[in-house]
Design a protein around this ligand. Structure first.
Ligand code: NAD
Ligand SMILES: O=C(O)C(=O)C[C@@H](O)[C@H](O)[C@H](O)COP(=O)(O)O
Ligand code: ZN
Length: 364
């Protein structure tokens, strides 16, 4: 079965989820007039898949460039960005040509930013190959790279013209990557759709199998949350007074600091798992959520096999990184917290002592 979800932004596009949906790439690339060239940006692990995607495009007389970039976070650098610009420049890429991001979230974040910045913006298609990429990174138009000072500090909002989530590619996904993706799925459960939490709690064994129906269902539910959240607030301005897109940053203020401190040796979802427990501790200590909801964070994340504790003794380093979080205004840290299940709000400028206590609870 194939599911098609529309992301209803000003320029709506579809996310297609199912088996064999990579076949639809030709149609997406050809959308719009004048395409001559296609660049498929991919990690080394996706080289064979990139070659498969290339064939039908070449048969249609398109000039296809495979741009192989380093794996994971090593792709999200200015050097790799400049390398991609060089390839596009030498190949003569124009505004009617198309970029395809094929891989996990790191690759699609980079590819999206290449597309956003080349000629000030060309069309791109996302072809995510991890659970995390499908549920989160490939949808919503946040693109970017890291700098030495922090995660995703340079980027742009640039939406894809379509997203193809081919469930067939998940068969070989390493167990650790599947668990990492589940962190963003669980996040969607806490901020918007508690039925996700019920599903995970009811079938912990099935969610360890990337080919299971339940994983496909969770991916679809997660994408639905993401699509409707970004639709109302693409640029994360929250201008209608609601929390808007910032809700999707649940667990990320602390999580991004963990990733940077660990030099990206922890997976994004692992760091976000720890970050969600941290911020649930913050909300509990601020009198916003009860003990049961706090405990549910630890229990469900541990059920999935994700970490819920972190190393002690580095609060100052983490706090320094958190000050560069994109939600910070002036010198005031702002956290996405729950005031109840599926009711995310912003907690601005909590006491440093409360944050330190929450950190100690996670670091114990
Ligand atoms: N733009 C957004 O809205 C957004 C949202 C969430 C996360 N992100 C970003 O996404 C990144 C994390 O994404 P990720 O978890 O997909 O990590 P990743 O891109 O590093 O991929 C994880 C690993 O899985 C491998 N891989 C990919 N697909 C595979 C497959 N089908 N089979 C076997 N191996 C495969 C990759 O080569 C890599 O080693 C982070 O940089 C994070 O900041 C962005
Ligand atoms: O799409 C969003 O908005 C999110 O916050 C989704 C997050 O899961 C994702 O990791 C995002 O890249 C974080 O964005 P950032 O603005 O904190 O860098
Ligand atoms: Zn994330």
């Amino acid at each position: 079965m194939t599911t098609r979800l529309t992301v209803p932004t000003a320029r709506p596009y579809d996310v297609v989820i199912g088996h064999g949906v990579h076949e639809q790439l030709r149609g997406l690339v050809g959308f719009g007039m004048g395409v001559m060239r296609v660049a498929i940006i991919h990690a080394p692990t996706m080289a064979a898949q990139a070659a498969r995607l290339r064939e039908p495009l070449v048969s249609d007389h398109l000039e296809v460039h495979l741009i192989e970039v380093p794996d994971s976070e090593q792709a999200k650098t200015t050097d790799v960005l400049a390398f991609c610009w060089k390839v596009l420049g030498r190949a003569g890429f124009t505004r009617s040509d198309v970029i395809v991001g094929l891989g996990g979230g790191a690759t699609t974040d980079l590819a999206g930013f290449v597309a956003a910045s080349w000629l000030r913006g060309v069309r791109f298609v996302n072809v995510p190959t991890t659970v995390l990429g499908m549920v989160d990174a490939a949808v919503g138009g946040k693109t970017g790279i890291n700098t030495d000072e922090g995660k995703n500090l340079v980027g742009a909002f640039h939406e894809p013209v379509g997203v193809l989530c081919d469930l067939d590619v998940l068969a070989d996904l390493p167990a650790r990557e599947l668990r990492s993706g589940m962190a963003e799925v669980v996040k969607c459960g806490f901020i918007a759709d508690p039925s996700i939490l019920d599903l995970v709690e009811a079938a912990p064994a099935a969610i360890a199998d990337p080919t299971s129906h339940i994983v496909a269902e969770l991916i679809t539910k997660g994408i639905s949350v993401k699509a409707r959240t970004v639709a109302g607030d693409l640029r994360e301005t929250g201008s209608d007074g609601s929390i808007g897109r910032e809700a999707l940053n649940y667990g990320h203020t602390f999580g991004h600091a963990v990733e940077r401190f660990e030099h990206y040796r922890v997976r994004h979802g692992e760091a976000i798992s720890i970050g969600m427990v941290f911020v649930a501790e913050v909300a509990h200590r601020a009198g916003m959520i009860d003990r049961d909801l706090l405990d549910r964070h630890r229990s469900i994340l541990e059920l999935v096999g994700l970490p819920t504790t972190y190393r002690p003794g580095i609060w100052e380093a983490l706090a320094t990184t958190m000050r560069l979080d994109k939600k910070t205004r002036g010198d005031q840290l702002r956290f996405v917290v729950l005031e109840s299940l599926a009711q995310p709000v912003i907690l601005a400028g909590p006491d440093e002592s409360l944050l330190l206590d929450a950190y100690r609870a996670v670091a114990s």
